[in-house]
Design a protein around this ligand. Structure first.
Ligand code: ADP
Ligand code: GLC
Length: 487
């Protein structure tokens, strides 16, 4: 058994902007079910505090001139302790974890997450006298990137693992910010935290962690190439021996069509027929023509370049002519939102766009749709295609990252071998997307063939148990590497 400090800037159901929250809300539970002693460390945002009924103060300190208390509660519906970094000056404000209500990054993000990292370091070195020192510190994305760098000088430090959920977000700030944060001047070097004249939080993890992993095997290889490497492919090549890929799992309790409380009708692989009641219910709810026979394509996404919105918009003039309906739920960059809403206003019988974040609707779309659209330009893992598989909703995806690792195209050979569970768009273009869509729509007209694909999809095993076992092995490797480094 190891003691693990799992550090994340979001965790479902306490606070969520994307897939990182789903992972941080599930993996610690799966690890503790394997016998590991896990503590989740999370900022005490107001959304988190609203859900916390009982908390206990564990420690108190002063960081960057701000009073900080460490509170203990539990990750809901589990025994996993969640430690909340309660610093009102940094975290108690309206808006999201990273951006304000206008979608602008908080001006003091560097300070907020440096403070978060500093307290993590003090826990890791047992400086807060909690009587609990982790063996492993597991960091996730740039918000916890400084932790491995700050722990590096200490002989008595835990081993560190840095998980890359998305290399496109690096936590880059000015040299002035580097000075203001009081970071040791020897960290200002291109081989350390400096990235082309800027401070890079993520480099703290990429340079210093004993082990690094990405959230799928294919993404772990892709980021070694300039097209996917976001300027750090050279560094990752240098650390290649310490880099691996572990596919995310999904929470099969929350995402289970047989028991999902959000659905109009529950269904399962053994009893698939009620699925289409979810389609007619959603059509009614959103004001689309109600027709159980028309194929429904769903999409739930952050509206950012990563998610393939450019090729969807390029293809939209043709998409609205196809014999199908499309429902899109998401929010993000204004220009994408506005273009999609315009298309929806002009084609209300074909396309419905809901701007916003809506957990219930996301479950309803997964259940109602026949096909799920996810033609990402890059995708470190992707969870929505996995939820779709479980809901018998066949994903249409690009051949990248975790999408390539989880979706098997419905070509003749794969169908014969009973491996096919979705559709792959062969290149990042409107033309390729339309070709794949037409292929999927043609197959939809063959109910027996379609049902076989659905059943293959629904039988896939993406439970967290398997991924947790891989992480436990990786922790052992990180411990061995730490021992070599500090020896
Ligand atoms: P990413 O983390 O890059 O956004 P993932 O596919 O890993 O992509 O995870 C996205 C998660 O966020 C999924 O659980 C998805 O259902 C959820 N999600 C994204 N946008 C919305 C939205 N507008 N409303 C509800 N859930 C959303
Ligand atoms: C990131 C990635 C997504 C991944 C998620 C959880 O947000 O964009 O592909 O599934 O993290 O690891």
């Amino acid at each position: 058994m190891s003691k693990i400090l799992y550090i994340s800037s979001e965790a479902f159901p306490l606070i969520k902007t994307g897939g990182l929250a789903d992972v941080a809300g599930s993996l610690p539970i799966a690890l503790s079910e394997q016998g590991e002693a896990v503590r989740l460390l999370l900022p005490a945002y107001p959304q988190v505090m609203q859900q916390v009924e009982n908390s206990q103060q564990l420690a108190k300190g002063n960081y960057y001139g701000f009073e900080v208390t460490l509170l203990e509660t539990h990750l809901p519906n589990s025994e996993v302790p969640a430690w909340l970094v309660n610093c009102p000056a940094a975290f108690d404000r309206p808006g999201g974890p990273y951006v304000d209500n206008d979608g602008q990054p908080w001006h003091d993000n560097a300070l907020r997450f440096a403070l978060f990292c500093q307290i993590a370091v003090d826990i890791a070195l047992d400086k807060l006298n909690l009587g609990w020192q982790p063996d492993i510190v597991h960091c996730n994305d740039w918000q916890s990137g400084l932790v491995p760098a700050l722990l590096q000088p200490f002989k008595e430090r835990p081993a560190t693992l840095f998980t890359i959920h998305n290399l496109a977000y690096q936590g880059l700030f000015s040299h002035q910010t580097f000075s203001d944060l009081g970071l040791s001047t020897d960290l200002w070097h291109p081989d350390r935290l400096e990235f082309y004249g800027q401070l890079s939080f993520i480099k703290g993890g990429l340079v210093y962690a004993d082990r690094i992993n990405a959230v799928s095997p294919t993404y772990a290889k892709e980021i070694l190439r300039p097209e996917f490497g976001n300027g750090v492919d050279g560094l990752l090549q240098h650390r290649q021996k310490r880099l691996s890929g572990i596919l995310n799992g999904i929470d099969q309790t929350i995402w289970n069509p047989a028991t999902d409380p959000h659905l109009a009708a529950n269904y399962s692989a053994c009893k698939l027929a009620p699925k289409c009641k979810n389609k007619t219910a959603l059509q009614k709810q959103l004001g689309l023509p109600v027709d159980a026979k028309i194929p429904l394509l769903g999409m739930i996404s952050r509206m950012v370049e990563q998610k393939g919105l450019d090729i969807i918009l390029d293809a939209m003039a043709e998409i609205v002519k196809l014999p199908m309906q499309l429902v899109i739920l998401g929010s993000g960059e204004r220009h994408y939102e506005m273009q999609l809403v315009k298309w929806a206003n002009n084609h209300p019988d074909k396309l419905n766009v809901v701007i916003g974040y809506n957990e219930t609707l996301s479950h309803q779309i997964e259940a109602a749709s026949d096909l799920f659209l996810m033609p990402s330009a890059f995708e470190p893992c992707g969870l929505n295609q996995l939820y779709s598989l479980r809901y018998g909703t066949l994903p249409i995806v690009s051949n990248v990252g975790g999408l390539a690792d989880t979706i098997v195209d419905a070509n003749d050979l794969n169908r014969q071998n009973k491996m096919a569970n979705g559709f792959i768009v062969t290149e990042q273009s409107a033309h390729a997307l339309l070709t794949t869509l037409r292929h999927a729509l043609a197959l939809y007209q063959e109910p027996a063939a379609w049902e076989k694909l659905q059943l293959t999809a629904m039988k896939g095993d993406f439970s967290w148990k398997r991924s947790a076992e891989h992480y436990i092995k990786l922790y052992q490797l990180a411990l061995a590497d730490r021992d070599q480094t500090v020896a």
